[in-house]
Design a protein around this ligand. Structure first.
Ligand code: ATP
Length: 582
């Protein structure tokens, strides 16, 4: 238990000093807890002396005892307050820092990390797991360390009056600690299972909500509900299993403390009966016996919670030690935006996706990448942005190997417009501002105008302040696309990577999107995964990709002369768009 508490304290990093100061306050608080009982016993002793005619009780003595008791009680609450304000907020502050740290790390790991790690697990780490830490971390430090500080201080007082009673109290605490240790061992096995059940619950809930449209369209509520129900059921089962398994240890832990209380009362009574202890001391020991273990009784709950915290810290450690793709990168300012692939080979796992690819894209030119689905077009774009690292060969931007650069310094130069637009659950203004956090409102409106979205935004009741539903669900596909282009226009990076929409958009929207893209790409180095004939035809260079290789390279005029994949591809597109090769 103390190992985990220590780990927890180390996790709080720069705040741990406040935790240690809190321990000192807890120690003083415990002394003030014992003092009123001693004073009450002293007062009672004086009353008895007066009653027995040994020494007359003076009113001054009564006032001194009463005053000291009031001061001790005030001292107790004061130090309890000091401890709380010093320690309690550490959990919230350390958790907030951890969330920011996780965000930074996740931004800098390879995208492969997200395929290898379960999304439910990652989401739970940043949400439910950290909320659990937020709520319980300091609570546990208080329960365990401050609890034992209180019990040790009270045992010391007890030993002062009766070594035997003190010995019994110590034996009770040690015995209860043994049962707690056994409970902890069980908990250690159950905590990861408990956490996995939690992660599965988060994962299936996210999956269910994400897939709601498909679920409804295919009337398959039953199928998706089955997996969510299984996750909830598993979580219920593990919680019941934990309760049942812990019951005997909980009982033994409490029994050993209660038995020690009773034994202290019995010993005190016996010593008083023998005449070796006065009545006031006996009453004081009785009072101690009822309150001494109060601070350690709740330790059984702490044992389990600490095991869950331990498993959570393991998980956070795993994320924190994830390899950052740019850990050796430097902040480099590019002199130009020429892009080149030199004999690049890449695989997501072991199966090669790109094989020995070489090409170059001069600054300011437009390159269209075409090819069948799954041929590797998106992968090429992902390598330019260094979402992954190549297996062999080299990708250079502005003559620099992208592996020499930090993600931030590389991505400063790149704007990406994805086919699948993601808008945050925030105002339209903030969604556009994402392209440049320091942009003024005027610059945002300017970008929105260029992206042809100003008119529809101002027609909304809250205009730029309109909060977009999660994933942009309150806007049409074309509107979302234009907002994402406004975001990229605002970023004003010199390289634009564009994944042209394949989904059919109505002609009016398509026209507006094309105008927005023209504004975005003026004077830039453009790489476009192209589907529209007009885009392909007007590109300065076309790369035809097939099965992970660049099989043809040239302008439209050059490639249509060749009897290759490009010609077949264009014929199919012409049929789809009703064109013919000139
Ligand atoms: N994250 C990933 N993990 C593993 N394999 C992947 C991943 N992304 C893509 N692939 C595989 O790599 C290959 C190339 O995919 P890529 O997305 O680059 O093709 P594409 O030409 O862009 O396809 P499309 O036109 O359908 O978008 C495909 O076989 C795909 O299944």
């Amino acid at each position: 238990m103390f190992r985990i508490v220590n780990r927890l304290i180390q996790w709080t990093g720069k705040y741990k000093r406040r935790i240690y100061i809190g321990f000192v306050y807890a120690f003083i608080h415990s002394i003030f807890t014992a003092i009123p009982i001693m004073l009450a016993a002293n007062g009672l002793s004086s009353v008895l002396d007066d009653f027995n005619g040994v020494k007359a009780l003076e009113s001054r003595d009564i006032w001194i005892v009463l005053g000291a008791m009031i001061l001790a009680v005030l001292g107790r609450y004061l130090f309890s307050y000091f401890r709380a304000i010093t320690q309690e907020s550490v959990g919230y502050e350390a958790t907030a820092d951890e969330r920011i740290r996780l965000g930074d790390i996740l931004k800098r790991v390879s995208l492969g990390f997200f395929s290898k790690n379960n999304m439910g697990e990652l989401s739970a780490a940043a949400t439910t797991d950290l909320s659990f830490m937020e709520m319980y971390a300091m609570n546990m430090v208080n329960t365990v360390v401050n609890g034992y500080i209180t019990v040790i201080v009270l045992i010391m007082f007890l030993v002062f009056y009766s070594p035997m009673a003190g010995g019994i109290a110590l034996a009770g605490v040690l015995l209860s600690a043994l049962f707690l240790h056994l409970l902890e061992a069980r908990s250690h096995q159950n905590a990861p299972i408990h956490q996995k059940a939690q992660d599965d619950m988060v994962e299936s809930s996210i999956e269910y909500l994400r897939g709601m449209q498909v679920v409804k369209a295919f009337k398959q509520e039953g199928v998706s509900i089955a997996s969510i129900r299984k996750a909830y059921n598993d979580s219920k089962k593990i919680n019941i299993k934990i309760e049942v398994e812990y019951m005997p240890f909980n009982c033994l832990h409490l029994f050993s403390l209660k038995a020690a209380s009773i034994a202290i009362v019995a010993v005190a009574a016996l010593l008083t009966y023998n005449g070796s202890m006065g009545l006031p001391t006996m009453l004081m020991l009785d009072m101690f016996s009822f309150m001494i273990f109060g601070s350690v009784e709740a330790m059984n709950n702490a044992a389990h919670v600490l095991e869950v915290i331990d498993a959570t810290l393991d998980k956070l450690d795993g994320i924190e030690h994830a390899e950052m793709i740019d850990k050796d990168g430097e902040d480099i300012s590019l002199q130009n935006t020429d892009i080149a692939f030199h004999d690049v080979t890449f695989s997501y796992d072991t199966v090669p996706v790109l094989r020995n690819i070489s090409f170059s894209i001069p600054q300011g030119s437009t390159t269209a990448i075409v090819g069948p689905s799954g041929s590797g077009k998106t992968t090429i774009c992902n390598l330019i942005a260094r979402f992954y690292d190549v297996d062999s060969g080299e990708v250079t931007v502005g003559g620099e190997d992208v592996r020499n650069m930090t993600c931030d310094s590389l991505l400063r130069n790149i704007s990406m417009v994805f086919q699948k637009v993601y808008l945050f659950h925030d105002t339209i203004e903030n969604n556009i501002r994402f392209g440049n956090p320091s942009a003024t409102k005027e610059e945002i409106i300017e970008a929105a105008k260029k992206a042809r979205c100003h008119d529809f935004i101002t027609a909304l009741p809250d205009g730029y302040e309109t909060v977009i539903g999660e994933g942009g669900s309150t806007l049409s596909g074309g509107e979302k696309q234009r907002i994402s282009i406004a975001r990229a226009i605002l970023k004003n990076a010199n390289i634009v990577i564009l994944d042209e929409a394949t989904a059919s958009i109505d002609p009016e929207n398509e026209h507006l999107i094309q105008q927005a893209i023209s504004e975005l790409t003026i004077g830039k180095t453009v790489i476009v995964i192209a589907h529209r004939l007009a885009t392909i035809e007007h590109a300065d260079q076309i790369l035809v990709v097939d099965q992970g290789q660049v099989v043809q390279k040239g302008t439209h005029q050059q490639l249509v002369q060749q009897n290759g994949l490009y010609r077949r591809f264009i014929t199919i597109r012409e049929q789809a768009e009703g064109w013919s090769i000139a």
